[in-house]
Design a protein around this ligand. Sequence first.
Ligand code: GTP
Ligand code: MG
Length: 151
Amino acid sequence: MQRTLIIFKPDTVQRRLVGQILQRFESKGLRIAALKLLQVDRPLGEKHYAEHQGKPFFEGLIDFITGGPVVVGVLEGNEAITVVRSMLGATNGAAAAPGTVRGDFSISKQNNLIHGSDSPESALREIALWFRPEEVVDYTIDGSQWVFGGA
Ligand code: GTP
Ligand code: MG
């Protein structure tokens, strides 16, 4: 079982798409291990997107991620990191395949709705950045053998 960090970026909250997109992850079989809404400050936004520091879109990206509240969560399941990334689709919403979150709801390079960790190392770093250990909850969903069996 693997954990990944997701962020419903400010465009998702403002467009009131949080419930609809969270439903996709739940329907896929992923378990919600943590979830909260918060206003991101610039230091946290800059830490989260540190790998992009110096790129031409960096300042705009920090303006965007701090421009309104986000909902941040941890999802758990078989191969959760790649499963979530494939459900999100390509970074640029205009190029993302229909059927993916970005392909269905975004037409922008920047305002692409959801972040998902891109590797096991990123997931560990990002979960520790956004959540205290006690905020990430271990529990079993009744009947989960029907979802996870044979993985
Ligand atoms: P995240 O899950 O948010 O990390 O997206 P990603 O992994 O698909 O893309 P990447 O890490 O390369 O970029 C991080 C974020 O920066 C993207 O999700 C976009 O919001 C933004 N971004 C990336 N490339 C561009 C770009 O060329 N122009 C603009 N304006 N924003 C970009
Ligand atoms: Mg990324």
